[in-house]
Design a binder for this molecule. Structure first.
Ligand code: FAD
Length: 317
């Protein structure tokens, strides 16, 4: 079922959802199930599965370093299929521009269609680790809006190369990313919102936001988006702070602000166990306010560990 249909069916009740990261190459899928199992009692209608960019690794051979490209966390679509059939839940693979030609993207989209996946999250992807800025893959898309258009074309029965007379139409519901504190490369929030509007005009059906720690940023973002004519659901993304190092890492990686009150509270924590408990408290406070504002869904970034998400979810869902 599509995300937009889940939202409509909920009839104003806020839904619970979360995002998981595939295990590292060579690890067992059981560790993923062990993290998901405790969250299933809160009945998520859908679960997102991220896709990681490919990266360079260096293998020593006869005293020389051989450079290879690999994807350290493969298996997004396979995991979506396994979760769908294990838990009877909708799963949403993240589809990236980076690392894929349009041809390879079409291949993945056809897989998703055959597997009965109804929703896709269309993203540009970050730069590779060694790159300062995102560089499009040869034969691939430069911006998420172009990927949205490719998926939209498939929904109209338009495949690459136009080979068939009566092609089957796909029927994907498309999610895209939004940034309450603007995307790190964007010159301004209004300019970034204009880009978001382009993705929605190209066929995106809903937006999931980057994490934020100050709900006011989300509320202002939604208001500005509505004023600009973006009418699709805007799902807030929440990540509980888990270690004190997050105060440096999260602003650096995601270009966001941490409220001073939260920074001050972290400085009074004696260890990371206390920071984790504080992160849960803060996310509970955020959740309470978002529920009061009747947001359609709250999307939690689990980052591979679910105990803190469970502590939050059991209070509300
Ligand atoms: P875009 O919408 O293409 O925007 C990228 C930048 O380009 C923005 O600054 C935008 O303002 C600008 N822009 C857009 N169109 C144009 C244009 N035509 N001309 C000039 N500038 C333009 N990353 C992963 O690698 N894997 C994941 O699984 C993943 N999941 C995510 C889930 C969510 C909910 C979010 C919020 C982010 C996720 N990301 C993921 C991170 C995301 O890939 C990065 O933030 C990436 O840098 C931008 O992706 P985007 O889809 O927002 O790009």
């Amino acid at each position: 079922m599509k995300v937009t249909e889940h939202i409509a069916k909920a009839n104003g009740k806020t839904l619970f959802s979360f995002e998981i990261i595939p295990p590292k190459k060579g690890h067992n899928i059981q560790q993923l199930y062990d993290n998901i199992d405790p969250l299933m009692e809160f009945k998520p209608p859908f679960i997102d599965v991220t896709t990681s960019r490919e990266e360079y690794i260096y293998i020593e051979r006869n005293g020389l370093l051989d450079r290879k490209v690999t994807r350290m966390r493969p298996g997004t679509v396979g995991i979506c299929a396994s979760l769908r059939y294990k838990y009877n839940v909708d799963t949403i693979p993240h589809i990236l521009c980076g690392g894929f030609s349009k041809e390879e993207t079409e291949y993945v989209l056809v897989d998703c269609q055959y597997l009965g996946i109804d929703n896709l999250m269309a993203l540009r992807g970050d730069a590779m680790k060694h790159q300062r800025f995102f560089e499009p893959t040869k034969g691939g898309h430069e911006y998420a809006v172009d990927l949205v258009k490719q998926i939209g074309d498939l929904n109209k029965g338009i495949y690459l190369h136009d080979l068939m007379e009566t092609p089957t139409k796909a029927d994907f519901c498309i999610g895209v990313a939004g940034y309450p504190e603007k995307h790190m490369e964007s010159p301004s929030l209004p300019s970034d919102l204009k880009r978001l509007k382009e993705k929605v005009d190209a066929g995106a059906n809903y937006v999931v936001t980057q994490m934020f720690f100050d709900n006011q940023k989300y509320f202002k973002f939604v208001k500005a988006a509505r004023e600009m004519g973006i009418t699709v659901p805007i799902i807030p993304g929440i990540k509980p702070l888990a270690v004190s190092k997050h105060l440096q890492i999260l602003p650096h990686v995601f270009s966001l602000d941490i409220p001073q009150e939260l920074i001050d509270s972290v400085s009074h924590c004696k260890d990371d166990k206390a920071v984790r408990a504080l992160g849960i408290e803060w996310a509970i406070h955020q959740t309470k306010e978002l529920l009061k504002a009747k947001v359609p869904v709250i999307h939690y970034y689990s980052m591979g560990k679910s105990d803190n998400i469970k502590s939050i979810a059991k209070q509300f869902f």
